[in-house]
Design a protein around this ligand. Sequence first.
Ligand SMILES: NC(=O)c1ccc[n+]([C@@H]2O[C@H](COP(=O)([O-])OP(=O)(O)OC[C@H]3O[C@@H](n4cnc5c(N)ncnc54)[C@H](OP(=O)(O)O)[C@@H]3O)[C@@H](O)[C@H]2O)c1
Length: 269
Amino acid sequence: MYQRIAIITGASSGIGKSFIELLARDNGEYFKTPFDEIWAVARRAEALDEIASSLDSVRIIPVVADLSDDSGIKIIEDKLKAEEPKVGLLINSAGMGVKGRFMDKPAKALDDTVSINCSALSCLIRITAPYMKQNGSAHSKIINIASSAGFLPQPGFACYAASKAYVISFSRAMSIELKPYGIDVMAVCPGPVATDFQRRATDGKETDFNDWRKNFVIDPVKLSVKSLKASVKGKKMFVYPFSQKLLHLASKIVPVSWILAFESKAVKD
Ligand SMILES: NC(=O)c1ccc[n+]([C@@H]2O[C@H](COP(=O)([O-])OP(=O)(O)OC[C@H]3O[C@@H](n4cnc5c(N)ncnc54)[C@H](OP(=O)(O)O)[C@@H]3O)[C@@H](O)[C@H]2O)c1
């Protein structure tokens, strides 16, 4: 009998970790059939082990993989081939960004941003989708964590914003291409979330959002709950909270040149 599993990247902290904790407690609110295993993917083995040992309602399988290069994808691909599970859910939450002027940032960090946020996310869908195809009415789900940063170009965070525009566009296209196989794809577009992300994006200089964005920071657990509910409803794009819905609307009606003029004042060295 095959195992029914969920795969969650970015599982060692923040939004990915919140998803795991919610799914471990799920009593049929989100998924009628519970998962036999959750594959928790990230680089930090210790953090994954800690999560696995703190949750005993479902088997958490730590999968230590660096998604910035092909070797990380291969680890997951080999495990899928070896175990041939049924994948009911894939959440692509692994992601990074580096704040500051593009030309001042190390090439490796910029390359990694594109590799993790775009290439790894796409490759994971390609290698996982064959194990997600459904025959019955219960759809499999792919949730890609994009960002409201993907709505507009962002001087001072250019590579990250462009990478998230890719995630939004790619997710929308996949939601059409994978529909015949019973796989629903949804992009999640939050504004600032209270995780380690900002600290990492600023090389530890800023532990929290400290500009105007600080008024819109949301809790990762709340975001995960709302995202799972939206995914269950079959939504293709979930923008949260309301402030980001307004930003989304503005990005469609306000000329980009005006927004760029405003944003250029906020570029930091
Ligand atoms: N926080 C926000 O304000 C915000 C807003 C909008 C969208 N997002 C998006 O939300 C997602 C989750 O971020 P978060 O806020 O939860 O930040 P976080 O706490 O820093 O989590 C990032 C996750 O990505 C994993 N990761 C980073 N580099 C990796 C690599 N090379 N290989 C494998 N895994 C890697 C990290 O694990 P390891 O370090 O253990 O590898 C960690 O689990 C990201 O895609 C981010 O762009 C965040």
